[in-house]
Ligand binder design. Structure first.
Ligand code: GLN
Length: 234
């Protein structure tokens, strides 16, 4: 293939309870229609994460126990994660991963788990309740609708960095109160959608791939990829 992009699967061995690795398979599938190979690398506990080595990052969801383990290691990676995000790297954080790129996450048992602090949202716990079910949101700018499935106890409140990924049309979203779902800041996307989100929302996968290609190959015009009608079929 003509182009290649490297994706870091952050803590993919611990934070994949809900099959969020499917997002990498989706990028590999859609990448074929853009002559683009997606090369994944697992970055887990004690591995070094260098922002400059990757075009994309996936940080999936997980359970409270794994989030506590990850949080300790995350301290060592947080400055590079922030650098990656600020340098317009394409980052997808799902559920637990979304929570952990914010300031902190409070577990179901009330324990405060620190995030990387790359963005300024924070996540509180609920009293013996979870938000579970199908969800639909609408991007306020593009009016694209995204479909997903949420399963979380945490209630996330956005800070000043970025806007929500969409307005909740169905389901609970970030906190069940303010109708926001996820976050969008530069080329970073956080969301509660499992599904996995990119298999069900090919337009978003297309957007992520084009952004990553433009970053890596700045002198090439990828406009023809924007015109592709997704989902493509062989
Ligand atoms: N443990 C977190 C919560 O319950 C994240 C769950 C998830 O990643 N689905 O809110």
């Amino acid at each position: 293939m003509k182009y290649s992009l490297k994706i870091a699967h952050l803590y993919g061995d611990l934070m994949n309870t809900y099959g969020d690795i499917g997002n990498i398979y989706a990028l590999q599938y859609y990448g074929k229609f853009m002559d683009t190979e997606i090369i994944p690398q697992l970055i887990s506990l004690n591995d070094t994460f260098n922002a400059d080595d990757f075009d994309l990052v996936l940080f999936g969801g997980g359970q409270d126990f794994e989030q506590k383990v990850v949080s300790k290691d995350l301290l060592k990676k947080s400055s590079q994660i922030t650098k990656f995000i600020e340098n317009n790297g394409v980052f997808l954080g799902v559920c637990g991963g979304f929570q952990l790129i914010g300031k902190y996450y409070v577990t179901a048992e009330g324990e405060k788990v620190m995030g990387s602090g790359s963005l300024d949202h924070y996540t509180l716990n609920q009293n013996e309740n979870r938000f579970i079910g199908n969800t639909i949101i609408e991007d306020p700018i593009t009016h694209n609708k995204y479909h997903g499935f949420e399963n979380h106890q945490g209630m996330t409140f956005l800070g000043k960095k970025g806007t929500s990924l969409g307005k909740v049309l169905e389901g609970y979203g970030n906190n069940g109160k303010d109708k926001t779902e996820g976050v969008h800041y530069k080329n970073t996307y956080g969301t509660y959608f499992h599904g996995p989100i990119l298999t069900r929302n090919p337009k978003l996968a297309q957007e992520l791939l084009i952004q990553a290609l433009k970053n890596h190959y700045p002198n090439i015009d990828f406009n023809n990829f924007e015109k592709l009608s997704f989902p493509p079929t062989f």
